[in-house]
Ligand binder design. Sequence first.
Ligand SMILES: Cc1cc2nc3c(=O)[nH]c(=O)nc-3n(C[C@H](O)[C@H](O)[C@H](O)COP(=O)(O)OP(=O)(O)OC[C@H]3O[C@@H](n4cnc5c(N)ncnc54)[C@H](O)[C@@H]3O)c2cc1C
Length: 451
Amino acid sequence: MGTKEHYDAVIIGAGLTGLTAAFYLNKKGKKIKVIEKQPVAGGVIQTHRKNGFVFESGPNTGVLSNPEAAELLEDLDGKCKLEIADETAKRRWVWKGDDWHELPSGLVKGVKTPLFSMKDKLRIVGEPFRKPGENPDETLDEMVKRRMGKSFLNYAIDPFILGVYAGDPSYLVPRHALPKLYNLEQNYGSFIGGAVKKKKEEKSEYEKKATKDVFSVKGGLSNMIKALQEEIGSEKIILGNRHLAVTKQDQNYEVQYDDETITASNVVFTGGSHGLHGVFDFLGKEEVETIDNLIYSKVIQVALGFKNWQGRKLNAFGGLVPYIENRDVLGVLLPSAFLSNRAPENGALLSVFLGGFRKPEMIEKSDDEIMTLVEKEVKAMMKLPEFNPDMVEIFRYEHAIPQYGKSSEERFSMIEKVQKEHPGLVLAGNMRDGIGMADRIQQGRQVADSL
Ligand SMILES: Cc1cc2nc3c(=O)[nH]c(=O)nc-3n(C[C@H](O)[C@H](O)[C@H](O)COP(=O)(O)OP(=O)(O)OC[C@H]3O[C@@H](n4cnc5c(N)ncnc54)[C@H](O)[C@@H]3O)c2cc1C
């Protein structure tokens, strides 16, 4: 038997996290290999084309919420083109009663909106003067009720959480799930006061790259994945591996995939906590189970294309449906309203979301059952005289979005312990450090910088 080829790092998973880490490690001149069990790269990021529509089955857009995300797209410029959503995307609808209402952005609209009760509108004036919470495990619903009132929880935070987490504010713990919001209260004493003060703070040129713009990529997010693959070099990315086992060999790791065996100084796992089972023989059952104490929301996304849109004017990012409204969809995104070339002229592309943390059973429904619900809801909510889409695709995710609840602390401690015991092993991916695309890019970059 000859000597096994040695790598600086093996990255498991060719989603956005793994590819970002691989891209920056490769740029540093490190010898790397990426191993992905699916036949295509991108993880949940997949763009599709059908009947003149360009649509996503995973994320539709991200937010440039950190400089690393902006910088990755700058680094890929020439291979793929960043697309910032147009102004329409600033308008967000929330369903209440029998219609959509715009989520207010300023004071005047805030006073007039029917979304919040008069009592809570008056109460919000006192928000900056309420004392910060003391329970680090307080759930999001408790925190919002304490600071802002129940109608803000039901018609602002609940739909926001549906849009980001497909989650439930009574499960998520802000310290883990929304650390920026949590820190506003802890560091500045208030959400409103903190946001105002933070806006005024001096920012470095690097920090200014985090514009908070909603982004995609021209032609769809898969073009960003293709650009990463090209830059890394497709010969360094193994797709469709059937078998994977990582063992320890002295100071190194031995990685067996399919019929190959290689060694590596570092192994970076980015596959989601549920993917950890059976990969590392040196991790005990208790260790893996504690790290996999994470619940993922189950989500169904239905892409609908209409060549000749006859419904209401689509001049928003989309609409979210608070849980309290008791409807069958979580929300409807309107990508053709704010991104270019997603639907033919006069047409419309809609992404309808169902399921989520509070309705996991939805994923068991058949395509026909799902389409019956989608037809009923889309016709009513979009004032559509007839429901005759020219394109329909249904996508189901058993593990869509991880929910950072109370158990997160235990998971983070276990990850830290395991990484300390096994130098060179990095357990990354969305089991920690955030769930959005920008979070994934930031983590991938930090992993690459740290190795
Ligand atoms: C329906 C949906 C909508 C979303 N909407 C948004 C949005 O609007 N905005 C936003 O910012 N984010 C959104 N997200 C979240 C965002 O898409 C993800 O955070 C991000 O794409 C995850 O990237 P990742 O690389 O960490 O994980 P993944 O994309 O899950 O990639 C992990 C990869 O690891 C592979 N893998 C796992 N185990 C193994 C193994 N043992 N061997 C080999 N390979 C393995 C998997 O096959 C997969 O390809 C959405 C996600 C979903 C599912």
